[in-house]
Design a protein around this ligand. Structure first.
Ligand code: NAD
Length: 480
């Protein structure tokens, strides 16, 4: 079986304790590679390498040279995007069509931030003091720990790594234990692009050993985390003990709101891709569908018809619409939530059980599932399922839609479907979410800030704003 070692200080390193764990293809259920099972010793080795690079070669390098390395990396990603996507699909079971587009597109983050590396300008500050020059410099933080989830390992890493490196930091990455292989394969491109040893390191293992050791390490300046709100809270608490910087991209329970005047067919397709893309395993899933009461029944009928025709099965096939659930715990969680919804009195109008039809091997498939008669105070409407389960909630008017949409602890994203631009603007102003899509859903770009309101996170990724997440401000006073 193929073996993936840690990548530390520019070298491939066997795990300190000599232990390995298997990574499993969620479609076939087969273990296909062995991954280094890291521990605190490996973490210390990697953080030391990252700190040495930060204190040495990396900080001495001109920003324009850092930018060129990022641009070179973007080219290598484009060259190898299909191969990287195949590894991601083997590990997380998401559709190849989506993952190949995603791995190719992620090159843009490295290109965009590569272009910014030599444009991080300070400022001269007017003050009330005489004959003194006060200016501000923006400086990197140091070693950044990057902890990523299993649903889009390389893209979500790109959002952190590209900005952090452009700003002059070094990195120690810990990918999810369920999907470590693609990040380790990506390290080969880091090596080929010519980054100095220690600038980018990857240590693999579990949250409880590698993740916690990384968060607790005294030489880590900041933790950039994407994952569940449960782990995010623990990381924030641990980081607070050492007053480390933190950015958190957490979960969501996003409302997708359809008004009666909307293009109904476009809204149906938006609702479907909003919840069933990636088998519902996206932080931005439009898992609460709010329908104006006048269109509710016809909309649900059309939704059930289209979603009911989805092809379920092999994620590598371009014919497949819905792939497997990625991990065994996640599979159980999705089925548990379906039971919870039934017990709460919601009505299942589509799916609602494991799928074992044609194309299902490995046993980790759930049918696309739609519940109606959902009240916003039910657990199925308030808690993140992270699976192909949609809750439909009726509303009366704009005010009612806003009340329901905002009555939740999360605030990652929201969708609005209407032809009335006044309504669209009022809704986009009053929705408590970090992203609002009007007459579209799921659009993201390397140029546009992304992040959560409320318990969906702290900080922003992508765009000009995100580079500030990896910089600290120094105010210099110069007198004669
Ligand atoms: P998870 O929180 O279980 O794990 C994420 C990562 O954190 C993994 O690498 C894991 O090993 C590590 N980890 C877990 N506990 C830790 C701890 N105590 N200390 C340090 N590291 C720890 O999340 P997941 O199941 O891999 O991913 C799904 C979650 O990610 C969902 O909640 C989803 O909404 C969220 N997500 C958010 C975004 C976003 O941008 N907001 C994007 C994708 C996924």
């Amino acid at each position: 079986m193929e073996r993936y070692q840690h990548y530390i200080g520019g070298a491939w390193v066997a795990p300190d304790a000599g232990k390995w764990f298997e990574t499993v293809n969620p479609y076939s259920g087969e273990a296909w590679a062995e991954i280094a099972h890291g521990n605190g010793g490996d973490v210390d080795h990697a953080v030391t390498a990252a700190l040495t690079a930060f204190d040495g070669e990396w900080s001495a390098m001109k920003p324009s040279q850092r930018g060129r390395l990022l641009m070179r990396l973007a080219e290598l990603i484009e060259r190898d995007s299909a191969a990287l996507a195949e590894i991601e699909v083997r590990d997380n079971g998401k559709l190849y069509a989506e993952m190949s587009a995603q791995t190719k597109y992620m090159a843009e983050w490295y290109r965009y931030y590569g272009g910014l590396a030599d444009k991080i300008e300070g400022a001269v500050i007017p003050t009330d003091k005489e004959a003194v020059l006060n200016f501000v410099r923006y400086e990197p933080l140091g070693v950044i720990a990057m902890i990523t989830p299993w649903n889009s390992p390389l893209l979500l890493l790109a959002w952190k790594l590209a900005a952090a490196l452009a700003a002059g930091n070094t990195a120690v990455i810990k990918p999810s234990e369920f999907t470590s292989a693609s990040t380790l394969a990506f390290m080969k491109l880091i090596e080929e692009a010519g980054f100095p040893p220690g600038v980018v390191n990857t240590v693999t293992g579990f949250g409880a050993d590698v993740g916690q050791a990384l968060v607790a390490h005294k030489d880590v300046a900041k933790i950039a985390f994407t994952g569940s709100d449960v782990a995010g809270r623990k990381i924030n608490e641990a980081a607070a003990r050492d007053l480390k910087h933190v950015s958190l991209e957490l979960g969501g329970k996003s409302p997708n709101i359809v008004f009666e005047d909307a293009d109904q067919e476009a809204a149906v397709m938006g609702a479907i891709s909003g919840i069933f893309a990636a088998t519902g395993q996206t932080c931005i899933a439009g898992s609460r569908l709010l329908l104006q009461r006048s269109i509710h029944d016809a909309f649900v009928e059309r939704l059930v018809k289209v979603a009911g025709e989805a092809t379920i099965g092999d994620p590598m096939s371009l014919e497949t619409h819905v792939g497997p659930v990625t991990t065994p715990p996640q599979y159980k969680k999705v089925l548990d939530y379906i039971e919870i919804a039934r017990e709460e009195g919601a009505t299942c109008v589509l799916g609602g059980k494991p799928y074992d039809g044609p194309g299902a091997i490995g046993g980790q498939f759930v049918e696309p599932t739609i519940f109606t008669n959902v009240r916003n105070d039910m657990r199925i409407a308030q808690e993140e399922v992270f699976g192909p389960v949609l809750s439909v909630i009726p509303f009366e008017d704009e005010e009612d839609a806003l009340r329901i949409a905002n009555d939740i602890d999360f605030g990652l994203a929201a969708g609005v479907w209407t032809k009335d631009m006044g309504c669209a603007l009022r809704m986009s102003e009053r929705l408590k979410a970090g992203t609002v899509w009007v007459n579209t859903y799921r659009a993201v770009s390397y140029t546009s800030p992304f992040g959560g309101y409320k318990q969906s996170g702290i900080g922003r990724e992508s765009g000009l704003e995100a580079i500030k997440e990896y910089l600290q401000t120094k105010s210099v006073w110069l007198a004669q």
